[in-house]
Design a protein around this ligand. Sequence first.
Ligand SMILES: NC(=O)c1ccc[n+]([C@@H]2O[C@H](COP(=O)([O-])OP(=O)(O)OC[C@H]3O[C@@H](n4cnc5c(N)ncnc54)[C@H](O)[C@@H]3O)[C@@H](O)[C@H]2O)c1
Length: 443
Amino acid sequence: MNICIIGTGHVGLVTGACFAEIGNQVICVDNDEEKIGTLKKGKMPIYEPHLEELVKKNVDEGRLFFSTLIEEGVSKSSVIFIAVGTPPKENGEADLSSVEKVCSQIARNMKDYKLVVEKSTVPVQTGQWIKRLFNLHDSHQDFDIASNPEFLREGSAIHDFLNPDRIVIGVENERAANILKELYSPIIKRSFDSSLKSSLVNHIPLLITDLQSAELIKHASNSFLAAKISFINAVADICERVGADVEKVAQGMGYDPRIVPAFLEAGVGFGGFCFPKDLQAFIQIAGKFNYDFALLKEVERINKDRPRRLVEKIEEALWVLKDKTIGILGLAFKPDTDDMRFAPSIEVINLLQKEKAKVKVYDPVAMDRAKMILKNVEYGKNPYQVAEGSNALVIVTEWSEFRDLDLAKTKSLLASPIIVDGRNIFDPAKMKKLGFVYKAMGR
Ligand SMILES: NC(=O)c1ccc[n+]([C@@H]2O[C@H](COP(=O)([O-])OP(=O)(O)OC[C@H]3O[C@@H](n4cnc5c(N)ncnc54)[C@H](O)[C@@H]3O)[C@@H](O)[C@H]2O)c1
């Protein structure tokens, strides 16, 4: 199939590379000229494991192209995916201005039938708005709108795309459903040739729904996962008050097959470009339809308070923060990505700087991006440089590199042997034995 992906970011680029990998002709479009220029030079604008090799392979084999021109993408394709950003507005609503803009451009350039697919995460009923916009343009062209929410996770995006736990397609007719079924059939049947195909996933459910339900599935899924994280964080706070260990509580809960252990990890909370904004957008769209989603408002409140809880622990260990040097390990919102969007590290550092602490930081891959956001911080080349002379070392992102730290060496470098672990990566008993003042979340 000939496919156009508009928006060549974390989702669009991965989607484009993977659709090319399973045999389609794909043109990825973006209005960021620098990004497209970088890609045309064979360089990646983001860090994502295996992305570079997959992009290179498919460009070399003539299936993957990049352009800044929507009209080129539209004229060469029958299926058009919208994968532009849907960032939060100040009031938490999803900002759909990029979606609207590209839809207008598609409508203006359509010369024959197109299937236009929402890949971006959008509030329910966006599909209806897109349809209205296309009809307004009165191009007399035949088109269908579909919703195909994306569930990939940054850090394992390629694997997730090619080995999804489900594929959700929201459509209004069989024609659109059949096109998307055919497009995804190599993934569902596991019939493509790729070293990135996992043999672990045998059956991939394909769920076909109406447009609204597909749109809701994405917001409801992310909000539910966010709720799990805030739930265990609330339990962590209770654990601290009563002398229990949240890791054990989560373990005991997770054995229940109705609960499962995933996302029951207490810590400094969730960040990234999905959970915080999707949660807010879901609360807002529910409100527009006169439903006060108070449950999710509390999920958000608990999460927003996590960086403050972490800084409180640093204060408990150090008393006064002014003029102390705090070493931060981990800046990206989660391991295996350089994505800093809504990363908890930003608020933790902000709170420390408000107290006039000096901040030293290290992240295995996110430091270039961090430099565009963080002010007045010192960058270390490795965790030990950050530990050296710091009054406390704080774990904010659970990179595996930090789990493998030489703790004796770390202790010898620190000005005082204090580790505040925002991700519970160490064993409290072991840390105590090594002579650390060790503070974790809910333990
Ligand atoms: N990042 C994730 O893990 C993830 C996962 C699932 C779904 N999503 C959703 O996918 C969407 C995209 O997210 P992302 O992380 O890829 O964002 P991103 O910011 O990495 O990429 C968006 C891209 O769209 C481009 N763009 C914006 N306006 C444009 C326009 N008018 N014309 C052409 N290009 C334009 C931007 O330049 C950018 O490259 C969002 O709705 C997000 O919620 C993201």
